[in-house]
Ligand binder design. Sequence first.
Ligand code: C2O
Ligand code: CU
Ligand code: CU
Length: 548
Amino acid sequence: MSTDGIRMDRRVFLKLSGMTGLAWLTSGFYQVDGCGSGEDDYASLDPTDPANFTRALRLPGQDGLMGVLTPTGALEVTAATATVSLIEGYDTTLWAYQTTSGARSYINPSIYLRQGDSLAVNLVNGLNEDTILHWHGLDVDWRQDGNPSYQIQPGESYAYSFGIRNRGGTYWYHPHPHMMTAEQAYRGLSGLMIVEDDDDVALRSALNLTFGQTDIPLVLQDKRLDSQNQLAYTPDSMEEFDGYLGDISFVNMTVNPLLEVATRIYRLRILNGSNARILRLAFTKGDQAITFSVIGTDGGLLERAYQAREVFLSPAERVDVLLDLSSLQPGDEVFLRTLQFDAMDVMSMRMASERNTSGSKTSAATHLEQGEPYYLLKLAVTQQVTQPAAVPSSLSTVRRLDTTGATVRPITLSSLPNSMTFTINGQTYDMDAFPVQVTRGSVEVWEVSNQVGRNLSSMAHPLHIHGALFQVIDRQGSPAQTADQVVDSAGRFATDLGWKDTVLVWPGETVRLAMDFTNAYPGEQNLMLHCHILEHEDAGMMLNYKIV
Ligand code: C2O
Ligand code: CU
Ligand code: CU
């Protein structure tokens, strides 16, 4: 291979190296007697086989993993190992946030709060390495935001205390230590934060929704399990570059789950909690896509429901949907799945390394590449009920940002020429540098473009910003595979129509964002923006910015 920058499509590369992700379809790989116990084992967990969807979906209950916790006072939350059962007959060790409240104990609690409430958490580091906790999407003072400059050592603690100023919505929390976020999040450290406001209450009563029953969070993740069903995190240099993908699908930490449903409307709050996997979500009955309503984004409800047949959801993004099953019959089955798409992953590289499957029970041939289709959740209709009411025509108000006369700031997502390093504005993370400064109270227009060029690598990047929410103004240069999702003349998708904290930007695309730097906290705010492919974040696809 020549040393002066060879560009190739990831799929071409995989084919050349004999590792096309689809090879197994024709190779008879799944013959039971073919390939040893590891693959037999995998066949029963393979998310491309709908027959494997048999485990009851974990719903957030009163305690335990994902248990719903409405704090009545300060919480002591310890980040430490915990043992859970993910595969029948095995104990799997997670790294998890653990706490108690009253007589109940929780692992990665779903913290449920009202807008205007306050939250006090004392984080205790029970890991063997530094950590810090970040409240993703929450509007807090930067000292409460889990900045890596505040990370704590094993045995130390960090006290958080803040009020909930956000709109109602589905937020989440996860670690943010310098260069160690990806592994800690992958090993299990993350949880939901549900904020409820008056508009949520109105929707809840209009549709007679109950959180955990008919208003259900779905945390979508892909991971690898080794032969002992322990989480394997062993990225090679290629995976540190591309992001670490799993071959086993988890929803609410349930492998290949099944949910029994009734013939009514469900509110589903979907979080892509993966390190690197982008999802193209659709609901299908047989081969038919079922239309659903997009009602919310990262920062809460939209003004009204928008019909959709599919949405892209990149790591850290949330989409809130209403799924109306009222015309179905008991016995019907619906799948939430991710559809095939082109990952548009182009590598400019000097040396190709082989796909790493170390630590995983699968072989290279069964690995699920970015953009490969698989099932996520089976919804089995078991109960006939009468849907109480229709979706309200108005859900909320979204205050539109006025960008007249706003500063326009180019934000370029790119890579260093001929290298395996992704950059923002040509730079990688320097904890002491603040290359972007914005004025408190201002609205800026950020022109985020994902550069494709000679000797540059390119991928789709989910750009995330701390300390500010934004609105998508328009999209230009979007790839053809997103065309069916466009809902307006600005090229936007339904998932672009509300408040956002993370936005996926495809290679060649420019997305203009109206950034809201209203920030009510005293003093300079030292915040950051980064790619939410966590391996990219750790590798330095991140910049500090300052609100002054
Ligand atoms: Cu969810 Cu800085 O990240
Ligand atoms: Cu964040
Ligand atoms: Cu990235």
